[in-house]
Write a protein of this length. Structure first.
Length: 480
């Protein structure tokens, strides 16, 4: 009788053990040497909810771009969803009766992560409305809040000389267009002729262009590449490839070597087009504008909740790290000092545990957190009724998110999950995902999965992770 009772108790415990484990498919990656931290749990009414799945949830691992949800949460807590960053034009005096501004015109960079040429056009228009027709001095681009910011990653350090991507933009509080040059490529009318390559933001030659693109016959296909290199005279966009005569124009983006200088060139071209002459050219500075400088024009950026939608949906590293620097409490902060501010925010969340963020974007491979810690953050935001709508709206639903690679797995996973992903390939493979799920009965839950490779593990694709995660998470959702 005792033996039968013991056997029955063991059988009753087996389903609970399996349910508590939860990530049986995801765990298969451990057989190839990958390090995994994962946790999924329901959210209770003010109390810790039931754990549905768990794999080394306290293990410290790289979260890659899942770091951005820490940045988003800290920014919402600090600034609020409707906060707008302000960029302004200052002068040492009011324009005289002839519209001449004696002295310098100062672009005061406000650390807006999404300042674009459209915003600069509004500034120029408002400057014109203020009566300015000529600047006797210089255009001074002031990045006194932060910039140039020392690079912490290989991509950003190499980007000071040459770069073939748009994601590793350098940082400045006066940066425009996400720190990227943009050129438009259009076919010539006849095959064999060079393609037409022009700046995206007007007719002025903002950046030198080395055009090696050939126009090919109709339906020949379009293959374009771009490399931004920097020499003694500044930046050059070296573009090559081919474009068909019947192809639509394409835009190519590459990071600039000096975002403050880029902002100065762009604004100078707009002032000239508006008929506002600047006698002394333009310069950049890290000095704060004089205390007596008066505001001549200003433009407020988009609300923070819109910035976060772009930051997280498109995993925009420039925007995330600019917000990180905006959060710093020290003058002219480094990126790691901005990370310290986010660490301090997370350190105030009961039960979070250790966190290291050298950047808010996740580009720095030294970032470390745990799946359990990420879930503590997610639950904290869930319980902030004034902030949660803006926070969760910045995550993606697999079924209709902008990142097509997440459209995998069962319909339950596709339609009942909102998530943020993170990817790194160097120095080791990292695939991470975290967010919220809803059960069939409408209960909320949180989940976090961090998968890290080692020096001896093979390449890790997203399909290897999502195919397993989607099955495991769908089973948990269906069971509740």
């Amino acid at each position: 009788m005792l033996s039968r009772c013991l056997s029955l108790c063991l059988l009753l415990l087996l389903p609970l053990t399996a349910l508590g484990h939860g990530f049986s498919h995801l765990e298969e990656l451990a057989d190839d040497g990958f390090l995994i931290g994962a946790e999924a749990r329901l959210l209770g009414n003010g109390e810790p909810g039931e754990t549905l799945g768990s794999l080394s949830p306290e293990r410290q691992l790289s979260p890659a771009s899942v770091s951005k949800i820490y940045t988003a949460a800290a920014a919402l807590e600090r600034f609020g969803p409707q906060h707008r960053f302000t960029t302004q034009l200052l002068g040492s005096a009011e324009p005289d009766a002839e519209g001449v501004l004696q002295g310098d015109l100062i672009l005061d960079g406000g650390g807006d992560p999404a300042l674009t040429t459209e915003d600069l056009w509004r500034l120029v228009q408002r400057l014109h409305q203020a009566g300015v027709r000529e600047v006797a001095g210089r255009l001074v681009v002031s990045q006194w809040r932060f910039g140039p910011v020392a690079c912490l990653t290989t991509d950003r350090c190499e980007g000071q000389r040459r770069v073939d991507n748009a994601y590793s933009a350098l940082l400045s509080s006066a940066a425009v267009n996400y720190g990227n040059w943009c050129v438009t490529v259009a076919p010539a009318r006849t095959a064999g002729a060079p393609a037409q390559v022009t700046p995206c933001d007007g007719q002025a030659d903002l950046v030198r262009i080395d055009n090696r693109i050939e126009t090919r016959p109709p339906n020949s296909g379009t293959e374009l590449s771009a490399l931004r290199v920097t020499d003694g005279d500044g930046d050059v966009m070296r573009v090559s490839g081919q474009i068909s005569t019947n192809a639509r124009p394409r835009e190519l983006y590459r990071t600039s070597s000096d975002p403050a200088e880029q902002a100065g060139r762009t604004l100078m071209a707009m002032l000239e087009q508006a008929g506002i002459a600047v006698a002394g050219g333009h310069v950049t500075t890290t000095l704060e504008p004089p205390a007596g400088a008066s505001r001549l024009a200003a433009v407020d950026g988009k609300p923070l909740q819109e910035l976060l939608l772009r930051t997280l949906n498109y995993s925009n590293n420039f925007m995330a790290d600019t917000l990180t620097l905006d959060l710093a409490t020290t003058p002219r902060p480094s990126l790691s000092q901005g990370g310290d501010a986010i660490e301090a925010f997370a350190g105030g969340l009961p039960g979070h545990g250790p966190l290291r963020l050298d950047s808010g974007s996740g580009l720095t491979p030294e970032n470390r957190t745990s799946a359990a810690g990420v879930n503590v953050l997610l639950e904290h935001m869930f319980r902030q009724p004034a902030l949660f709508p803006s926070f969760v709206a910045a995550l993606q639903s697999p079924s209709n998110g902008v990142m097509r690679f997440i459209r995998r797995g069962p319909a339950t996973f596709q339609d009942h999950v909102m998530l943020k992903t993170g990817t790194l390939n160097q120095p080791v493979s990292v695939r991470a995902a975290a967010g919220y799920f809803r059960t069939r009965t409408g209960r909320w839950g949180v989940f976090s999965v961090l998968v890290n490779g080692t020096g001896s593990t093979p390449y890790l694709s997203w399909s290897q992770v999502l195919d397993r995660l989607s099955v495991d998470l769908s089973a948990m959702i269906e069971a509740h």
